[in-house]
Every structure is written in C-alpha cells, then in structure tokens.
Design a protein around this ligand. Structure first.
Ligand SMILES: [Zn+2]
Length: 486
C-alpha cells in the first residue's frame, strides 16, 4: 500500500514545488502566528491567504456564507471536485513568544496561537499552490476548491458553509490540522457539539431601595446553571455540558435586566447533543418562570461529530509513508525535550517515525466545526507534525514551537501529503469512487441535516471587541516581509 504511485510525476512536481518554496511556507506560517487573530476577526490572515491563492491562479470568492473572513478559492473545472479546508484562528490570552521555554507573552493578555492554526493556514495554501502547479504542468483534469474556515475555536463556520450549499458539488474533502506526528483516523474521530447563548430578560430596579420592583435576569442564569448541574447526573455516558457566564449584570446596586450564559453541549452523536440542548431549553424555561423573566437563545453553532472516511485515511497513510517524518536536527530534538520537561510530560523529543494506524480511531470528546463536512462528503482529517509530542493545546507551551524550524519543517511535510492526496484523486478517479462507496457504507443510511436554525446568521460580532483592544499592540510584531511563492 505504501508503495502505491510512488513514482507519480505529479507528486514529484508538487514535492519539488514545496521544497523550492519552503521559505515562503515558513513565512506564511509565521505571518499568521504574529497576526494571532481570534475567530471571526481573522481579517489580516484570511486576506493574506486569499490574495496568495489569487496571485497563484485561483479564483477567490471572499465573504462566503456571510463570513467576512471566510473564502472559497477555485482552480480547474469539471470533476472530480476535491476540497481542502482548514481554520486559522487563535485563542484568547494565549500570546506566547515562539522559541521561549517559559511562559512569555508577545503582548501581555493578548490573543495568540497556542494550537498551531497558523501552520494549518500555511499547509492549506502551500498544498493548494503545489497541487495547482502540478495539475497545470501535467494537464490533470478536475476542480480544486480551497475553503478558509473562520472561528474553529468557537466551532462556527463550516456548518454554515455546508448548510448554505458550499459543499454540494464537492466529491471528497481533506482537512489538514497540526499535530505532533502524521495521523489520520477513520470512523468517528471527534464529538458533536452545540454552542448556544441563553440570554434572560427582566427589569432593572434599585437593588437597595426597591428590589421588589426588579425582575432579576442574573437569578435566572444562576437557576439555569443549578438546573443543568442537577441534570448532569441523568445525562447519557459520553455527554457533557460546559458553560461560562458572559453577562452577569453591571453593578450590584442595579438589579440586572439582562444576563447571559453560554453553553457547549457535547455528545458522541448529533442526536445526543440535540437531546441535551432540548433539555437545556426546558431548564431555561423553568428558570425564567421562577424569576418572572423571559429568555432568548442564540444557537451560534451546531456541529456533527467529525468522521474519517476509511478510503481517504488509507490514501493519507500511503502519503505519510511516501513523504516520511521530517528529518529533525539535534537542536530541534533538544528544544523539544526542554519544552517537554517544562510542561511535565515525557521528554521523548520529536517523532522520527511514521506510525501507521490500524483499525478505526478512538473517538475524542473534542469537537471541530469540520464535522458537518465529514457527513456531507467523504473526508480525511490529516494531522501533520509541526508541534512537540505530548504538549497540550491552549497552554503557553503549545505556542512555543509554532514559529520555529520544527513548525516550518512539519508544515512543508504536511503540505506535501495534502497536495499528493489531492493529486491522487485527480490522477485516479477510482479513488473518489471507492471513497464514495465506503462512505455510503460508513453512514449506514444516516443522513446529514443541518442542526443550525434555518435563519441563523454568522456571528460577525464574535471576538470583535477583544481583537480591537489588542490589535494596535500586536501590529507592532507583524512581520514586515510578505511570503512569495514561485
Ligand atoms: Zn484546531
């Protein structure tokens, strides 16, 4: 299996393109790292990605499905249609200087990349440009569609893309994501999640003088939280709910007329997440009744559990073997071991082997907004080795390697795998046909539907204020040089 198509000239072309453009790949990855933009606010990031694709010969549609920082870039025509999609958002309060072996913010309190989505952006754009170059040079037929997917950290954009028909004509999809080694599972890989903000509405009053005149929205939030806490005992196994109170009123001498609580409902299957969500609405109704308030709910996102298609997973595995793990220097291993020691995990250094997965994946409780895509079309979520093994994301240590040679080498290797996998679908349409066959068996009659309300709009205000507050200081750290692919 590993030897399949090993001498494919299209792949040699793409790999050569990526080796030649390794510096541009690194610069793109680092540029996005320093942009450090939160979900829905990835204006610098998405514009850089979209314009690089445009300059590389793709036709770009910006602002798709109502997402100002989303885009779709297309090259070629006719079938098969191969999509590559990924995310490029950062995390709040995760500013971390790359290369530092201790917590060290670039800008104190600012957002930053601590999950490597900057590398995702570089891998997708580089893979797209390399595959396009090979398609043009070798006269391969088909359509390559590149989707920029905002706000993965809030699980937002792709369910909207799928609901609004952006994947209707796609045959297969590839979703690169940073990891610490090459990996691609099949079966159910991640969990379903519904993200919903419950806002309670009451009436203000002077809290000291006439509290009996008020209707307290914060009381309702607290009671909903208590109700959900009681309900937790009765939830099915592998079901979870988490929340933060996003509005608890302004000051104690005014009874709050508005208060809000933001919930994530997770389950192994879409219907499980919907069941908890429906129960939560009942509990919110009860809380409103008890406090003489009303409530509204904003379903910001609702994603299906990511599934991996077996045919595409095997295709990715073959490309992992072909490309091989990056060759790390002793300095890179030493940096990795130093970071692992600081993060209290096993100091194993970097992964030097390609592990070939056997059998279906173990489903994780984490979710990703790529889930809906993976029920609409056969999909492979492809992890590439740009991070240090054992380091957990959203922690300072996960930002420490993201603009180093470790991230850069992993991104070039990742882009080779993704470009090659796409090229394999163009050179051998049998792959696409087989992926569709196995996909139909995997779904076993279950049909995707959008869990989003039909009129739900992209949450464009998400993270706007935080980003506006930090951007001026972060801008000082933007890289001056622009990546050039040739
Ligand atoms: Zn991620």
């Amino acid at each position: 299996m590993a030897a399949r198509a090993d001498n494919a000239p299209e792949k040699a072309h793409a790999e050569d393109y990526l080796d030649r453009n390794a510096e541009a790949v690194a610069l793109l990855s680092d540029s996005v790292f320093y942009f450090g933009e939160l979900g829905m606010q990835e204006f610098e990031t998405s514009e850089l990605m979209a314009s690089l694709l445009e300059e590389g010969g793709f036709k770009v549609e910006r602002g798709i499905a109502g997402f100002p920082t989303g885009f779709c870039a297309t090259f070629g025509s006719g079938g098969p249609v191969v999509a590559i999609h990924t995310e490029y958002d950062a995390n709040p309060d995760n500013s971390q200087r790359s290369g530092a072996l201790e917590p060290a913010a670039i800008v104190e309190g600012a957002p930053g990349h601590c999950e490597g989505h900057n590398c995702n952006a570089a891998v997708m754009v580089a893979a797209a440009l390399a595959a396009k170059s090979a398609m043009a040079a070798r006269g391969l037929k088909g359509t390559l569609k590149i989707f920029g997917a905002p706000a993965e950290e809030q699980l937002v954009s792709r369910p909207y893309f799928v609901r609004d028909g952006w994947f209707d004509d796609v045959d297969v999809a590839l979703a690169p994501h940073i990891g610490s080694e090459f990996a691609c599972g099949h079966g159910l890989v991640q969990s379903a999640l519904i993200s919903a903000v419950f806002t309670f509405h009451g009436e203000t009053a002077h809290a000291g003088v006439a509290p009996w005149k008020g209707r307290d929205a914060l009381d309702a939030v607290v009671l909903m939280d208590v109700g959900m806490a009681e309900h937790r005992e009765h939830m099915l196994p592998f079901t979870q709910c988490q929340r933060v109170i996003t509005n608890g009123g302004d000051q104690p001498n005014v009874i709050p007329k508005t208060a809000a609580i933001w919930w994530y409902f997770r389950a192994s299957r879409a219907e499980g997440a919907m069941a908890v969500y429906e129960r939560a609405k009942k509990i919110a109704e009860g809380a409103a009744l008890m406090t003489n308030t009303t409530y509204t709910v904003d379903t910001q996102s609702a994603v299906w559990p990511v599934r991996g298609n077996q045919t595409l997973a095997e295709l990715a595995q073959a490309e992992f073997s072909r490309v091989g793990a990056p060759r790390w220097s002793e300095d890179e291993h030493a940096f990795a071991r130093g970071l692992q020691a600081k993060a209290n995990v096993k100091a194993t250094g970097l992964a030097t082997e390609v592990a070939i997965a056997k059998g279906p994946a173990t489903q994780k409780s984490a979710a990703n907004d790529a889930g809906d895509v993976s029920w609409k079309v056969p999909m492979a979520k492809i992890y590439f080795p740009s991070n240090v093994p054992g380091i957990a994301y959203h922690h300072w240590a996960a930002g420490a390697a993201l603009a180093t040679s470790i991230a850069h080498k992993g991104a070039v290797a990742g882009a080779k795998v993704v470009a090659n996998a796409a090229l394999e679908c163009f050179r051998d349409p049998g792959v696409v046909a087989r992926a569709k066959e196995t996909f139909a068996r995997e779904l076993a009659g279950e049909k995707w539907f959008s869990m989003l309300p039909a009129d739900q709009k992209a949450p464009v205000e998400l993270n706007r204020r935080t980003m506006e507050a930090f951007r001026p200081a972060m801008r000082e750290h933007y890289l001056k040089e622009r990546p050039r692919f040739q």
